[in-house]
Design a protein around this ligand. Structure first.
Ligand code: C2E
Ligand code: MG
Ligand code: MG
Ligand code: MG
Length: 285
């Protein structure tokens, strides 16, 4: 009798505790368990040579494969990851999965394939960053990849001596440094002074205005001009229409990314894309 009573009481206490903690589960806690459970997975969006249609590479984009809600967009969880510092674990987990994915298809990767991954300021400023990148690069069986570090300006980057040194070390060891969402963030122009940037990614808000009228492309034209004067290579993001492709071709923007060509796809679908194409050599211009 007594034993049953104690058992009942402990069940009640356990239930109450469970309720209590679930009620007070923060978005960070939920995200942390999602990372631990492998629910944050890499999707891949191809980047094409708009002139030849060949694949230049892919950008890794995080997706939350939620057990009940389906795929959740990074716009809703990357900010939480950045604020809480979980972005470091999140990116490390993505990197491990990208390595495993790419090592499973080494023989199918086009020569000189570009593999871009997004890094937040919080991660770049963390002590783990340099080591994470070097170990990452050394883990690929394919040694002919160009690893691209996409630096976003969503959070202000603290461009101090340390950050400049780190990014320059990576640049000198063969990484390509790309400024993401160029023109939308905090101080893209001054980054160009301080950092060894290989290319800029023109934000889709500029590309999206191509259809409108002559004035709507003034900013885009200025960014293109700036990049060419600085001998920076350009990737145009958010390319959705043939008119945009033609405009960018006319302005010598070779590398294009957007729904017009491909949406971000799962690894399984990336493999299908690679298999459906002749194994091509990436032409760097
Ligand atoms: P981003 O790095 O600028 O990535 C490009 C975004 O544009 C992606 O959104 C992509 O799906 C979307 N996109 C590509 N082509 C088109 C198009 O033709 N039309 C439109 N409307 N959109 C297009 P996504 O995947 O939702 O990612 C949003 C942002 O979240 C990314 O912007 C990046 O800043 C951030 N993010 C995603 N994954 C990661 C990650 O692993 N780490 C970090 N730090 N940030 C990430
Ligand atoms: Mg990006
Ligand atoms: Mg971008
Ligand atoms: Mg963007």
């Amino acid at each position: 009798g007594m034993l049953l009573f104690i058992l009942l009481i402990s069940c009640a206490v356990a239930y109450a505790l469970h309720k209590y903690f679930n009620k007070y589960t923060t978005p960070e806690d939920t995200l942390r368990s999602a990372i631990d459970n492998g629910e944050i997975v890499p999707f891949y969006q191809p980047i094409v040579n708009g002139r030849t249609g060949t694949l230049r590479g892919v950008e890794v984009l995080a997706r939350w494969k939620h057990p009940t809600a389906g795929f959740i967009s990074p716009a809703s969880f990357i900010p939480i990851a950045e604020k809480s510092g979980l972005i470091v674990q999140l990116t490390q987990s993505l990197m491990a999965q990208v390595i495993a994915n790419m090592n499973a298809i080494t023989s199918k990767l086009p020569e000189g394939f570009h593999l871009g991954i997004n890094f937040s300021a919080t991660h770049i400023n963390s002590p783990a960053f340099l080591d994470d990148c070097m170990k990452y690069r050394d883990s690929f069986q394919c040694k002919d990849l160009t690893h691209v570090i996409e630096v976003t300006e969503r959070e202000p980057l603290n461009v101090d001596e340390q950050l400049i040194t780190k990014l320059n070390i990576l640049h000198d060891s063969g990484f390509a440094i790309a400024l993401d969402d160029f023109g939308t963030g905090y101080s893209g122009l001054s980054y160009l002074n301080d950092l060894q940037i290989d290319y800029i990614k023109i934000d889709q808000s500029f590309v999206g205005r191509v259809n409108e009228n002559a004035e709507s492309t003034i900013l885009l034209d200025c960014v293109i001009d700036l990049a060419s004067r600085l001998s920076l290579s350009i990737v145009a993001e958010g390319v959705e229409t043939l008119a945009q492709v033609e405009y960018l071709n006319r302005h010598n923007i070779t590398f294009l990314q957007g729904y017009y060509f491909y949406k971000p796809v799962s690894f399984t679908d990336l493999v299908k894309i690679l298999l459906s194409r002749p194994r091509e050599k990436v032409v760097i211009e």
